[in-house]
Write a protein of this length. Sequence first.
Length: 115
Amino acid sequence: MQAVRFNADERLLAFIQQKMNKLETFYDNITSGDVFLKLDKSENNKIQKKLVEVKLYVPGGSVFVREAGTTFEEATDLAIDTLKMRVKKFKNKRAEVRNGKPLLVEADTEDQEEI
């Protein structure tokens, strides 16, 4: 985990690590991951948005998510929810390819006999 241009609190890092560890329940082949914590420097907002970027490395590819929130905890929860969905989708896609199931099924109308 890297906090870009600021020092992150240990409790925040522990919170994010705990959330990241739960992703292994959805896909146990996650090899590693990178987490970047950033502050949005938008001049329009008086309150800086907090950005969380997560890149998970899995065999055959990677999954990337970027989420923003008013707090790092909120942004982390949003990122984890999105990651859960994307990791499940990646896992299902890998299983379909491995089992030889076609990703797109088309009906053959030419092979059907007319009654």
